[in-house]
Structures are given as structure tokens and as C-alpha cells.
Design a protein around this ligand. Structure first.
Ligand SMILES: NC(=O)c1ccc[n+]([C@@H]2O[C@H](COP(=O)([O-])OP(=O)(O)OC[C@H]3O[C@@H](n4cnc5c(N)ncnc54)[C@H](OP(=O)(O)O)[C@@H]3O)[C@@H](O)[C@H]2O)c1
Length: 247
């Protein structure tokens, strides 16, 4: 099913067992080792439908399988609230699952919460508390980060996950807005990316990382660690470098 094109990691498994036993270094300091996983079209779109719809249909069954394996090797996953509003997010039972919101508009009937409420954490500023408290399901934990109606500091989230929940391996699962916060803060160490052999086009579809880009000619440089394929779909794993500027 899977064919190895490049692999400079210490992966000793057969191609079909890709990502089955991922191990990650300790991030050092007081935050988890953070890695993102996304699927996009060749033109970098992360949805086939309009913004806010589910990403269903974008990646193949192999992409879904690899996503599950990456989740299985993680201690926690984090998503933006719009990703929960787009449809059910279903995780392996062991996984701590965190969501970030500023508005407090959370779909509490999402399986993200109902499957394992005691594994769920909501990160929000104080201003969202009034919205959240009356609906907070039993078992779901709430962590306040910041006072005002402002974006929460994602580095603070990472520190809380390490210090209070002992998370050492954190999977960032999008969407594009939350990714933007984590990448701009320089917190993401690796990027797992499925390139689906599809073109979508259109200016409105979200990309991999939305919000403010890097200043002027600034960019983040990535190094390819491995590349596999199944048919025309590609599965890349990159290490993420620091921000550079070609000015
Ligand atoms: N192709 C893929 O791999 C993939 C992966 C994930 C998601 N998706 C798709 O992407 C779409 C969602 O992506 P998106 O970029 O629109 O949204 P998103 O990143 O999922 O969520 C954005 C929302 O998260 C909250 N948020 C993010 N960063 C925050 C911060 N620092 N502080 C406070 N709140 C923060 C805010 O919630 P409030 O609005 O509640 O304030 C914000 O509006 C969905 O359609 C989903 O299906 C695709």
C-alpha cells in the first residue's frame, strides 16, 4: 500500500507500518514537544467545502489511517473551536483533547466531549467564562488563559499542558487559525502533511496556516524527514526551523 520515497528518520518499520511507533524527543524546558498534522490539496487548501464544513473527503483512507496512528502515539491533541463546530471530532480513548476558544461558543454535543468528557480541556480567556460555565459538561476541565476578550497566548497553553497535565507529546490538529498562532509563536517542531492529489482553487478556502503571515519576506524553513506515497497521495514529515528573512 505505502511506498517509501525518502526517509532519514530512524524508522525501522516496513512502509506499511508508517507512523506506528513514532517517538519524539523531549522538548526540554517546560513545554511539550509539539507537532502538527494536516491534509491539504496540491494548492494548499484544507477543505473541499466552504470554511466551517468538515474536511471529510479531502484525504484518502490511508490518510485517515496515518492520522489515527499519529494520534495513537500522542498524549494530547489540540484544535481550534471552529474545527469542533465543523463536525464530530472522534479520538482514541486515551487522548487528552484540548480546544481553544475566545467566544466560548462550543458545540458541547460533539463526540470530542461526549466520548470522554474527563479527557477534555477548554482553554479560553476570562471573558468567555460566562458563556461557558452554564453549559460545561460534568468532567470537562476549563483553563482560563488571559483576562480580556483577546486571543489566548498559545505558549501559555503549552506550559499549562506540561505543568498541570504532564503532557510531553502534543499533536496540533488545526485548523488554519490555531495553526497560525502556534507556528508564529515558534512552538511547532514537526509538520506531518498529507498532500491530496486534488486542486480546489478559490480565495476563501482556508490554507494550512491563516492569520498574520511572517513579516515582509520572513518565512519558516522546513526540512524533509520522510516522504511516502500511496498512489498519487503523498505523506511528508518535516522538521520545522526558525523564522528566517531574506531581506
Ligand atoms: N484539512 C485538515 O487537515 C483540517 C484540519 C483541521 C480543521 N480543518 C477544517 O478547518 C476549518 C476550521 O479551521 P479555521 O482556521 O476556520 O478555524 P480553527 O483554527 O479550527 O478555529 C478557529 C477558532 O479557534 C479559536 N482560537 C484559535 N486560536 C485561538 C487563540 N489563540 N485564542 C482564542 N481562541 C482561539 C477561536 O474560537 P472562537 O471562534 O470560539 O473564539 C477561533 O475562531 C474547519 O472547516 C475544519 O473542518 C481541516
Amino acid at each position: 500500500m505505502l511506498e517509501r520515497l525518502v526517509d532519514i528518520t530512524d524508522n525501522a518499520l516496513a512502509p506499511d507500518n508508517l507512523y506506528e511507533d513514532l517517538s519524539f524527543p523531549d522538548a526540554g524546558g517546560d513545554i511539550p514537544y509539539i507537532y502538527a498534522n494536516m491534509v491539504c490539496t496540491i494548492d494548499g487548501k484544507t477543505l473541499l467545502g466552504p470554511r466551517g464544513s468538515s474536511a471529510k473527503g479531502l484525504g484518502s483512507n490511508v490518510d485517515q489511517l496515518l492520522m489515527r496512528r499519529i494520534q495513537n502515539c500522542s498524549e494530547a491533541a489540540i484544535v481550534g473551536a471552529s474545527t469542533l463546530r465543523a463536525g464530530h471530532v472522534i479520538y482514541p480513548p486515551h487522548l487528552i483533547r484540548a480546544v481553544v476558544t475566545r467566544s466560548g461558543e462550543i458545540p458541547w454535543n460533539n463526540r470530542f466531549f461526549t466520548d470522554r468528557p474527563e479527557k477534555a480541556i477548554v482553554f479560553a480567556p476570562m471573558s468567555a467564562m460566562e458563556e461557558i460555565f452554564p453549559f460545561l459538561p460534568k468532567g470537562v476541565r476549563m483553563s482560563q488563559v488571559g483576562e480580556e476578550d483577546m486571543d489566548v497566548d498559545v505558549e501559555m497553553i503549552a506550559r499549562i499542558l506540561r505543568a498541570q497535565f504532564n503532557i510531553r507529546r502534543l499533536l496540533l490538529e488545526g485548523g488554519a487559525i490555531l495553526n497560525g498562532h502556534f507556528f508564529r509563536a515558534g512552538l511547532v517542531r514537526e509538520f506531518f502533511l498529507t498532500l491530496a492529489p486534488k486542486l480546489k482553487g478559490g480565495g476563501e478556502s482556508p490554507g494550512l496556516m491563516d492569520g498574520k503571515g511572517f513579516e515582509r519576506n520572513g518565512f519558516m524553513e522546513l526540512t524533509l524527514l520522510s516522504l511516502y506515497r500511496a498512489g498519487s497521495e503523498l505523506y511528508a514529515r518535516y522538521s520545522v526551523g526558525s523564522v528566517k528573512n531574506d531581506d
